[in-house]
Design a protein around this ligand. Structure first.
Ligand SMILES: NC(=O)c1ccc[n+]([C@@H]2O[C@H](COP(=O)([O-])OP(=O)(O)OC[C@H]3O[C@@H](n4cnc5c(N)ncnc54)[C@H](O)[C@@H]3O)[C@@H](O)[C@H]2O)c1
Ligand SMILES: [Fe+2]
Length: 390
């Protein structure tokens, strides 16, 4: 076995009703919370449960609801300003990946100063990479998709530059994640499907990454098994708490997998597509995945065959290469069944934009391209892959 390292520097607390313990979890970290909440939760019993737990412990809190999908750098900077002016010493986030990524950035920048955009990775630009933690951060994910509760990434959108880039820093993990399947029940079928597909893509991309380790392989394959058994159940029976809990676990495992091995081409293409079009993250990633697999075959044939075997056990009698070749079709059918059918075209990317788009991918998501098992050497090769996806 090759040498490897694995680290998960946070406490995970999975339980129905876990959010009622938020006050107890916050108490060791501070006394004044900046509570960043996804606007869909405004006025909900879930926020009431969390704020009641603060009051019980004598913890003050300031609420902030100004969060949009594909979170804006300006919103994050505004939130940092409020944290500093109010003297908050802990950040708590409840929401989807956009809310939690915003909170990761807020907690970090509140301590290290300046604007959040200066901390995002961009090829050839000066990037701030502090090697110390920010404010304590506790999170409650409300989507089962990004796994951001278990990653050292925060993805930020800069519409003025037309770019979406990520802070990548081991010091931005949350301290605690409370994962409460009750909050996932309100997710409508479409959002459930889009976020589940994001989880699947994290697991697949980390598994085929050149940085995959035995640890990553274990968590990625378990995430794929849980996705296979529960995604459709969550879409069709949104109140099935067991399926919701299993998908939440898959999402966290997917986060752990990309924390260890990174994502690859589908995310490198999907993130800037999300910035250009404001399309939902899971859909932008899914749009290229079957094409990218076809292009990558046979470099990762054995791994693709393993995934095909999990998703479609009927293929287990086939040879490794036959099974691997089936994977793009299996995924096209599965994504269609789940209702995730958008393409680069339907999201509004036009063929004449391909070169400019490839330039953005090459400069903003070079780290992800570098994880792909089939090497990508320049912007022209990125453009060729994008054309293939049309
Ligand atoms: N940091 C990471 O490791 C990482 C990994 C993958 C993706 N991302 C980023 O995360 C963002 C996507 O996050 P997301 O897919 O969780 O979606 P999201 O946070 O953007 O939310 C999408 C929509 O769903 C709503 N919503 C959230 N939870 C809900 C619930 N339980 N019920 C009803 N509505 C709900 C939100 O209000 C929002 O309108 C993107 O910006 C993406 O780039 C980050
Ligand atoms: Fe993702």
């Amino acid at each position: 076995m090759n040498a490897f390292q694995a680290s998960l520097p946070l406490t995970l607390d999975f339980e129905v009703g876990a959010i009622r313990r938020m006050g107890d979890k916050v108490a060791p970290f501070g006394t004044k919370v900046f509570l960043m909440v996804d606007p869909f939760l405004e006025g909900s019993e879930w926020v009431a449960q969390v704020t009641a737990s603060f009051i019980e412990r004598g913890i003050e809190y300031l609420e902030f609801y100004d969060i949009v999908p594909n979170p804006r750098h300006t919103t994050i900077d505004r939130a940092v300003d409020q944290v500093l002016r109010a003297g908050c010493d802990v950040v708590v986030a409840m929401g989807g990946g956009s809310a939690i990524d915003s909170a990761k950035a807020v907690a970090f920048v509140a301590v290290h100063g300046g604007n959040c955009w200066d901390y995002t990775e961009r090829l050839g630009e000066e990037v701030r990479r502090p090697q110390r933690r920010g404010l304590p951060l506790l999170v409650v994910p409300t989507t089962s998709g990004t796994g951001t509760e278990a990653t050292p990434f925060a993805v930020i959108n800069n519409p003025e530059l037309g770019l979406k880039c990520a802070i990548v820093n081991p010091f931005i993990y949350p301290d605690v994640a409370l994962i409460d399947p009750q909050i996932l029940v309100s997710k409508p079928p479409k959002l459930t499907a889009l976020t589940a597909v994001d989880t699947f893509c994290h697991a697949l991309e980390a598994y085929i990454s050149i940085h995959c380790t035995p640890w990553v392989e274990m968590v990625a394959l378990q995430a794929i098994r849980l996705f296979a058994a529960n995604a459709q159940r969550c879409v069709e029976h949104g109140t099935d708490l067991e399926a919701r809990a299993n998908m939440a676990f898959a999402s966290t495992l997917g986060g752990m997998a990309i924390a260890g091995a990174g994502v690859t081409v589908s995310h490198a293409l999907g993130q800037p597509l999300g910035a250009m079009t404001d399309a939902p993250h899971g859909g932008t990633v899914a749009a290229s995945t079957p094409h990218v697999i076809r292009w990558t075959l046979p470099v990762a044939a054995e791994k693709f065959a393993t995934v095909a075997g999990i998703l479609c056990p009927e293929t287990l009698g086939l040879s490794v290469n036959e099974r691997a070749e089936r994977l793009p079709v299996i995924l096209e059918q599965l994504f269609t069944t789940l209702g995730v059918t958008d393409t680069f075209c339907s999201y509004g990317l036009r063929p004449e934009q391909v070169d400019e788009f490839a330039h953005t991918v090459w400069t903003s998501f070079n780290q992800d391209l570098a994880c792909h098992p089939k090497p990508i050497n320049n912007q022209e090769e990125v453009a060729a892959i994008v054309r293939m996806c049309f």
